[in-house]
Design a protein around this ligand. Structure first.
Ligand code: GDP
Ligand code: MG
Length: 168
């Protein structure tokens, strides 16, 4: 079984609320490896490439439009995490989409509480701090969109040495 890579974005609300350090700590504490990281303020064209047409199929045109506006509100911190089952593990640490339902102990559950109904009734975004690739297919589209191969680094963390390497 191969290790996986996944894209994580700390959305503008996470940056503006000074939560970058606390959020990154959650992933590092679980042993996920940061293999690429940068701060980016995206433009409209890039935002539309990230939130593709399929998001409108899932949630409607208005939600896509609001998401594009939300992600352009300020800089985001983008990172690629690598690890065993990294896509699912990252989403577990992030928590479910709507913060009022996200479990305590997850990033969304601990640092936000807005609901889908409130956001939709008031025509605002569900500010839930994080984007994380949903599955392998999305990760394969999102990783090269955000990072060039030369921006990703190969090195060993202590988890590689003590958890993943077979000892004699
Ligand atoms: P995620 O993978 O958990 O981020 O969720 P989705 O990919 O389904 O949706 C992308 C983002 O759209 C979510 O993170 C929310 O910020 C936002 N979103 C999802 N559903 C709704 C909704 O019903 N209303 C609004 N306003 N935003 C939503
Ligand atoms: Mg998603």
């Amino acid at each position: 079984m191969e290790k996986q890579r996944t894209l994580v974005l700390i959305k503008p609300d996470g940056v503006i609320r000074n939560l970058v350090g606390k959020i990154i700590m959650r992933f590092e504490d679980a042993g996920l490896k940061i293999i690429g990281m940068k701060m980016v303020w995206v433009d409209d064209e890039f935002a539309k490439k990230h939130y593709r047409e399929d998001i409108a199929k899932k949630h409607g045109e208005r939600v896509r439009k609001d998401l594009i506006k939300y992600i352009k509100e300020g800089p985001v911190v983008a990172m690629i995490l690598e690890g065993v089952d990294a896509i699912k593990v990252t989403r577990k640490i992030v928590g479910s989409t709507y913060p009022n339902e996200s479990a305590p102990g997850t990033i969304r559950g601990d640092f936000a509480h807005i609901s889908r109904d409130y956001a939709n009734a008031n025509e605002i975004s569900v500010r839930n701090l994080i984007h994380a690739s949903a599955n392998q297919e999305d990760a394969e589209i999102e990783i090269p969109l955000w990072f060039k191969e030369e921006e990703l680094h190969s090195y060993k963390t202590i988890h590689d040495i003590i958890c993943f390497e077979e000892k004699d």
